[in-house]
Design a protein around this ligand. Structure first.
Ligand code: GTP
Ligand code: MG
Length: 397
């Protein structure tokens, strides 16, 4: 039996160097490490390895490795693959016994990989191998991530049913709603055929759940340049699909988890506390103007709201977004932030009044509940837009 590549364990971050098994070569100068995750691919594995090796030997002979990561398939895919390692020294096989799942297979493969570019391709021949050279060329031009896409020029699906197309597009739409920043950068976020520069994901803790590791890479990695290459998703000729309803549920969980972990929770809590302090300022000024100075109600309301906005601005500038405001010192900068904050909050007031009206007049909610829901929505509005526009990290590099 040929030597198998041990499976790394522990966390799911990619180090700057591969995790070497003891008796493994220390040659770390490979250009590409391509992972082939497999489960029950006995009938496909030989064929794809031969095709890939021929293809890559023509362009980067000696500078790449193929790593099959098999989850102890009952059809012994790992054994079939490992018998080929003598003839194909650039081939490594990892047989995982304890861990399972497509995403973790890819991550474990990358952790053991030696290449500067880390890639993944399905082992069932649905991903046309020739596209690999185009991906490689894009990486060579400097892309951080090169993705084979079904939805750009030259891309497509061969014979999908209407319902499968619908599900696939539906999943993409859902992704755009929950995670617009990451999903919006890709024409085919469901792609399982791509390459990423190791540098872009070094020490980034990748979450092991889910089927779609690409989303994880885009959302968490330091990805500036994304190149897309069209490809036609082929029909499966052998073996069976592993996609079930479970993968769709995991996909939604994955999106939500990413959304939550990317959301700056601590900052949001500080922002909420500052907002709460504003209520007291608002009430105190209103009391001062109305009861002590006997000003008209509308004028008092406007002045007290503005006082609260200014109060909130200063606390947010000094506390909530302290790290950012310290990088952008100077009165001019601060005034600019105050103006933006003011405008966003005023727009928030308009939205609040509008929303509370709809909830009360059309949806039949009670006045206080309508107000409460509107306040909650506007808090998110205020936070999000101020985060993106007022205390924006304008890093130039
Ligand atoms: N190691 C490992 N590989 C997996 C697992 N699930 C799927 N794979 C492999 O990942 C690749 C893609 O899986 P498929 O089931 O073909 O999924 P798909 O291509 O999106 O969907 P189909 O068009 O239905 O085939 C194949 O090479 C599978 O063998 C898993 O749990 N562990
Ligand atoms: Mg497949």
């Amino acid at each position: 039996m040929n030597q198998l590549l041990p499976s790394p364990n522990g966390n799911f971050a990619i180090a700057d160097r591969p995790i070497f098994p003891l008796n493994y070569s220390t040659d770390n100068s490979l250009l590409l490490s391509l992972i082939l995750p497999t489960y029950q691919e006995r009938d496909n594995i030989q064929k794809i390895i031969i095709i890939l090796a021929n293809l890559l030997d023509d362009v980067i002979a000696g500078k790449y490795e193929l790593i099959v990561v098999d989850d102890n398939s009952p059809d012994r895919t790992w054994e079939v693959a490992s018998k080929m390692t003598e003839e194909y020294p650039q081939l490594q096989v990892m047989r995982r016994i304890e861990e399972k799942g497509l995403s973790t297979a890819v991550i474990r493969g990358w952790q053991a990989a030696r290449g500067e570019f880390l890639g993944v391709i399905d082992a069932d021949l649905q991903h046309p191998p020739e596209t690999l050279l185009k991906l490689l060329a894009e990486m060579g031009r400097g892309a951080d991530l090169a993705v084979a896409s079904r939805h750009v020029l030259g891309g497509g699906v061969s014979d999908w049913s209407v319902s499968r197309r619908f599900l696939s597009r539906g999943a993409q739409m859902l992704g755009l709603i929950i995670l617009p920043g990451a999903i919006g950068r890709l024409s085919d976020p469901m792609s399982g055929y791509f390459m990423v520069r190791r540098d872009a994901i070094i020490n980034v803790p990748l979450s092991p759940i889910g089927y779609k590791i690409l989303i994880e890479v885009v959302a968490r990695g330091k990805i500036r340049w994304i190149a897309e290459v069209g490809y036609v998703f082929q029909e499966r000729k052998s073996g069976a699909s592993k996609v079930t309803k479970k993968q769709y549920i995991e996909y939604i969980q994955h999106l939500l988890r990413l959304r939550f972990s990317l959301w700056p929770v601590a900052r949001f809590i500080r922002f909420g506390l500052v907002g709460f302090s504003g209520v007291f300022v608002d009430m105190a000024i209103l009391y001062l103007l109305r009861d002590i100075l006997s000003l008209g109600l509308t004028r008092s309301l406007i002045i007290s709201a503005e006082a609260a906005i200014i109060n909130n601005f200063f606390w947010n500038d000094l506390w909530t977004f302290r790290d950012i405001s310290q990088q952008q010192k100077g009165t001019g900068q601060r005034l600019k932030r105050l103006l933006k904050f003011n405008l966003i909050c005023l727009a928030g007031v308009v939205i609040k009044v509008f929303l509370a009206n709809i909830l009360f007049n059309f949806l039949g909610f009670n006045e206080y509940l309508s107000n409460l829901i509107a306040i909650a929505v506007v808090t998110f509005w205020n936070f999000w837009f101020n985060l993106k526009l007022s205390w924006r990290v304008t890093s130039v590099d």
